[in-house]
Design a protein around this ligand. Structure first.
Ligand code: FAD
Length: 402
């Protein structure tokens, strides 16, 4: 019997699993993930800020596994050997495949900035998001004892999509953090340090400014055009003058790193031709040198012919790629030709807290409360596409405004 191995049970991996499990063809699937649960990466900032519980954005992978067809292994992938068609796991196990779906997702990218990995908090999975929240609460509790102003300062490094969404959630969690510290919400100081001056380039300037202006009105201090040079324990060093290289330092006890992500290190460790953990795939989403290896989601780069640049890595495209890879494997199993991947973005919406959002749906700009409703509908659709009706219902996600 043919063996299909799926590495990673994120958006892309579970979508591929769903398509493959629905087939009547006889083959076996092995799904591997380092966690026993699936988590919605698009809501990690809410867990970090404490506005959402981790239970609400996770579910057991076994819930979506058809045990007649699929074996789930909770293990860590360390290396893929495409010549021998094997996958090495941390436990020492070795898997053999006929078809492989690599969907190992993203990791934090520090761009070699000194101290970024050691001295800033990351937000890349459930454990790290929970750690951010625990840290914030700990610093607030410390302030209540020490009255050290730096305990009340939170710095978000990077004003990309993730950084902006995190700032929105932090604004919302300020009252509960303030309660722990015994201060007024506005005494908790939120900063964002960013290298570029034109923020959120995926949106037109007016729309991007809508979100930024709201955050500024809510008390967020933006330091833009200030490349971060170093993260020290308890402070961020950033450049203030390009000509002279002069720097300044902002002291803060909570520093959160959201400047960017790369694809999983497993791609480089396995000698894929990759850049920042992403492989430029063939038109049918396979590895250019191995037609039985599909590379999907954040470990993959697909050219957008319109912009002549790779599509941005998002959950939206990851779901579509997982779906496509599953269908192409079914075609290959039947001896048919694979089909080239096509993608049309439905737009993107950034949340700034629970009741505000802004973005573009199709070509239409959306803002404010209606946009936040659309954002929640998008998140529920993603949950539906990986977990089905059962997970959407069990998470109580029809209650849009928690
Ligand atoms: C805070 C935040 C907000 C975001 N908001 C949006 C948004 O609004 N819209 C949008 O479209 N995108 C958004 N994104 C981007 C989106 O989350 C990613 O593009 C998406 O998660 C990629 O899906 P994926 O399936 O490739 O990987 P992931 O969802 O990251 O899944 C990867 C899976 O692989 C597993 N894994 C990783 N390494 C190993 C290993 N070595 N061994 C075993 N298992 C492993 C992980 O446990 C995980 O289950 C956001 C991201 C963040 C962080």
């Amino acid at each position: 019997m043919k063996e299909v191995v799926i590495l990673g049970a994120g958006y892309a991996g579970l979508r591929a699993l769903h398509v493959l499990q629905a087939s009547k063809e006889a083959f076996h699937i092995t799904l591997v993930d380092r966690h026993s649960y699936h988590y919605e990466s698009t809501s990690l900032h809410e867990v970090a800020a404490g506005t959402q519980s981790k239970e609400k954005i996770t579910y057991d992978i076994q819930d979506v596994v058809d045990s007649q067809k699929t074996t789930f292994l909770e293990d860590e992938v360390t290396k893929i050997n495409r010549d021998s068609k094997t996958v090495h796991l941390k436990s020492g196990k070795e898997l053999t495949y006929d078809y492989l779906v690599v969907s190992l997702g993203f990791q934090s990218e520090t761009f070699g900035i000194p101290g970024a990995s050691e001295n800033a908090l990351q937000m890349v999975d459930i454990d790290s998001a929970v750690k951010v929240n625990d840290h914030l609460k700990e610093k607030m509790a410390e302030y209540a004892q020490t009255k050290n102003e730096d305990d009340l300062k939170i710095v978000v490094c990077g004003a990309g999509f993730t950084g902006i969404e995190l700032l929105g959630a932090l604004v919302e969690s300020r009252p509960s953090l303030a309660k722990i510290a015994g201060v007024k919400p506005e005494e908790i100081q939120l900063y964002c340090i960013e290298a570029v001056t034109r923020l959120l380039p995926m949106f037109d300037e007016k729309l991007g400014n809508y979100g930024i202006d709201h955050l500024v009105d809510w008390g967020v201090h933006f330091l833009t055009g200030k490349p971060i040079k170093e993260i020290k324990p308890g402070s961020v060093v950033y450049q203030v003058d390009k000509e002279t290289g002069a720097t300044e330092e902002l002291a803060a006890q909570s520093i959160i790193w959201t400047t960017g992500v790369s694809g999983s290190h497993v791609m480089a460790d396995s000698d894929f031709e990759q850049r920042r953990g992403r492989v430029m795939v063939s038109s049918d989403l396979t590895d250019p040198s191995h037609s039985e290896v599909y590379i999907v989601g954040d470990v993959s780069a697909v050219m957008d012919k319109e912009s002549n640049r790779p599509y941005p890595t998002t959950a939206q495209i990851a779901l579509k790629m997982g779906d496509w890879a599953g269908k192409n494997i079914l075609r290959q199993l039947k001896g048919e030709a694979t089909q080239p991947f096509t993608f049309k973005s439905l737009g993107s919406v950034a949340s700034i807290g629970n009741t505000h959002a802004f973005g573009v749906v199709g070509k239409t700009p959306v803002k404010g409360y209606p946009a936040s409703f659309i954002k929640k509908a998008i998140m529920d659709r993603s949950l539906f596409e990986t977990g089905g009706v059962k997970e959407v219902l069990s998470k109580g996600r029809f209650d849009f405004y928690h």
